[in-house]
Design a protein around this ligand. Sequence first.
Ligand code: NAD
Length: 428
Amino acid sequence: MRICVIGLGKIGLPLAAQYAGKGFQVIGCDVNREIVDSVTKGVSHIKGEPELDEKVKSSVKNGLLSATTDTVKAVGESDVIVVIVPLVVDKRGNMDYSIIESVTNLVSKGLQNGSLVIYETSLPVGDTRDRMVPILEKSGLKAGRDFYVVFSPERISSGVMFQYLREIPKIVGGIDAESTRRGVEFYERVLDSRIIAVTSSEAAEAVKLFGMIYRDVNIALASEFAKFCQAKGLDVLEIIKASNTNPHSHILNPGVGVGGHCAPVYPYFLIKNASDLNVDLILAKNARKINDGLPEYTVNLLVKELNDLNGKNVLVLGLAYRGNVKETFLSPSISVIEHLKDKGANVYVHDPLFPREEIEGFGAKFADLQDLDPLDAAILVTAHKEYEDLDLKDLRERGVTVIVDGRNFLDKEMVEKHGIIYRGIGRY
Ligand SMILES: NC(=O)c1ccc[n+]([C@@H]2O[C@H](COP(=O)([O-])OP(=O)(O)OC[C@H]3O[C@@H](n4cnc5c(N)ncnc54)[C@H](O)[C@@H]3O)[C@@H](O)[C@H]2O)c1
């Protein structure tokens, strides 16, 4: 079995390395020549992914992993084609299909009798069958008769790829029973996790979107609980922890907001799908609204303590949307910076993963934790590991009187011990 992985990004390269690690011949395709050259040399261009450097190096060395920009040729030499290029989406969920459609056109040009094409890129329900199959059939081959098509959502996350590849069951749904059967057979050979077949590609597409919306709604609910606790003088974390001792309760932790390419965006796929069917996903829509409002809510916690932010120096800890990941797409930090500036604050930003130029690109002053300007307050937005050892004594000496902990991440007692007021999300 020869496998072609199209899109050697944060997800595609680890997948290629995983398949090669199982002893299969893998060709990775990418439009980016630098990425192809780097992989060809056995060097991963993705940083901070445990196990990846070693797996890419050894797979290339033993001749199982190669890379190319020639997708048509690679598809022509492969039995299984895995597509994991992005579907570009703006913050309202408007989709730009140009990349995935142009890749699908290339696949159709190289497609061979008997091949299996798998889409792993998150897609709206129905797209595999209604949008991708007609393009693939430009090959002159008939889906379900001459070649097979599967949707299998990628539910893993960058930064923990190989751990999740082992732990999270793989969902497989084909455009017909034979496609599903072949998809299951493929994943059983290349993964160690449990493989779960669902009855259609539409069901598999929906699995990913339902999971994302469940999470978004859960976070919105947790943040409403947080607001209640804030008003009532209760600690939301204590209550959530106790509540979750009931096996039917799975409340997540509230926070400063939801960012990244997935969680804030994919709900709109299903919201659009549903509105085409005259189904109104009220909870999903409201969760988006509530979660988009969390950065402003967090800034207002600071306003409550300082009364007026005009002229105040506020340090924002973290630019990334998620701890220990260098990604700012829809990061709550960007919204926090905007709200602070709207209120007249001088905004300083620190993030261990971002250099000065990138931070200044977001209209904030660069903060060096070793050499801070005088400050009035701080807001923690990203739970970076580095902030576990935040120098609270130094922050107090620089003038910080309040810390708003947007991730309920810091040790409240420690903060207060240093003479700093602590405010978490739903915590007094
Ligand atoms: N990043 C995550 O944590 C995550 C988690 C779950 C699912 N996903 C899914 O995986 C998809 C890809 O995410 P990613 O993080 O790997 O993206 P990425 O931006 O890191 O990588 C995408 C790769 O595709 C390449 N590419 C773009 N156009 C191409 C083309 N025409 N032909 C070949 N290659 C092309 C890019 O050069 C890049 O290397 C997402 O759209 C999403 O559906 C991502």
